[in-house]
Ligand binder design. Structure first.
Ligand SMILES: Nc1ncnc2c1ncn2[C@@H]1O[C@H](COP(=O)(O)OP(=O)(O)OP(=O)(O)O)[C@@H](O)[C@H]1O
Ligand SMILES: [Mg+2]
Length: 323
């Protein structure tokens, strides 16, 4: 295998059952035979609606909980390899830090935990604060006075303190305003420039579509799809959106009659738009529109967005495995 395709995260048949219920104990399957590989240098989006099992997967990888079945390795090492742990970073879903520390103190303290000497730790903290956009005043403020967005930023900085080869982030954009989201996106791209691997969960699809090399879609604990954004969205049947102008509302009935092969016909103030699934119908459709006094002004391929796939994946809930 070439260096370029080096697998840095390998997940194989991972399953997790939680015990639920108090008097009547049952198990609920939160993760069901998940398998996937992530390669070095990728920004990998781990997508799924609420309750899909994203956090569960990340917690297993971080050894905060243990899988019911299956296995995973990071950087080619078993999850309990402590040397490997020093080469990865983690941003939890709802980072919680000791309130009375300042952001800067947290970073210096985290750096010390990784054995970074004091002067270097101070330097590292300063670099990270700048990277995530926390100025001097905010950096020195106690974290109990931080906004959600500031906590998220300090959490990201903390995940990078040891200059990890792979950083795992659970909903890194959560709590951020649009500018903050954009900054996190740019930060991820900067990490990729440095050949770092970013594995992050999200249910915010526009962010993912914009920058992920590949993504996996999880629903009710099961992997629905995995691939490049293009692969995920391009697999759908071909569809072309046709826009026509110069039609008046009275022609609607005639239009649907003249276009029996068109789907989703909608009127607009001065025309209509509809979907064709077959390229061989283009000429017929253009002619039919002309016959009604209108004109086709555009025919565009319509890609399914990740949003569409996501909608198809919902509704989700943990699969109840009766016990
Ligand atoms: N400690 C727990 N005990 C019982 N069930 C749990 C526990 N943690 C999670 N679950 C269930 O497992 C399923 C997956 O939850 P998980 O938190 O992994 O989803 P998620 O994809 O991270 O969702 P979200 O987008 O809301 O963060 C859900 O049905 C959830 O209710
Ligand atoms: Mg979660």
């Amino acid at each position: 295998m070439s260096k370029h395709h080096e697998v840095v995260l390998h997940i194989e048949n991972l399953s997790k059952d939680y015990q639920v219920g108090f008097l009547k104990k049952r198990t609920a399957r939160a993760l069901d035979h998940l398998s996937l590989d992530v390669r070095r240098g990728e920004i990998f989006g781990f997508l799924g609606p609420n309750g899909a099992g994203k956090t569960t997967t990340l917690k297993i990888l971080m050894r905060l909980i243990f899988p019911t079945a299956g296995q995973a390795c990071i950087l080619g090492k078993a999850l309990d390899d402590s040397a490997m742990r020093t080469r990865i970073g983690y941003l939890p879903e709802n980072p919680y830090f000791y309130d009375y520390l300042s952001g800067r103190e947290l970073l210096e303290y985290s750096a010390a935990l990784f054995g970074i000497p004091k002067a270097a730790a101070h330097q590292r903290a300063a670099e990270l604060l700048q990277l995530v956009g926390l100025d001097e005043e905010r950096a020195n403020r106690q974290m109990r006075k931080y906004s959600k967005g500031m906590l998220q930023r300090i959490g990201i900085a903390q995940a990078l303190v040891n200059d990890p080869e792979i950083v795992f982030m659970d909903e890194p954009m959560s709590g951020l305003d649009p500018i903050g989201r954009r900054e996190v996106r740019d930060l991820m791209l900067a990490l990729r420039e440095q050949r770092k691997t970013v594995f992050f969960s999200s249910h915010i699809l526009s962010d993912v579509e914009a920058m992920c090399d590949r993504a996996a879609i999880l629903s009710a604990g099961k992997l629905l799809r995995c691939g490049t954004v293009q692969e995920l969205t391009g697999e759908e049947d071909a569809a072309f959106e046709v826009i026509a102008v110069g039609l008046n509302p009275e022609t609607f009935a005639a239009l649907s009659k003249a276009l029996p092969y068109a789907a989703a016909i909608h009127l607009t103030p001065n025309g209509a738009h509809f979907i064709l699934h077959d390229e061989s119908r283009f000429a017929d459709a253009i002619k039919a529109v002309q016959n009604l006094g209108g004109k086709v002004i555009s025919i565009n391929p319509k890609r399914a967005s990740l949003e569409d796939l996501f909608a198809a994946a919902a509704p989700s809930s943990a699969v109840e495995a009766s016990a």
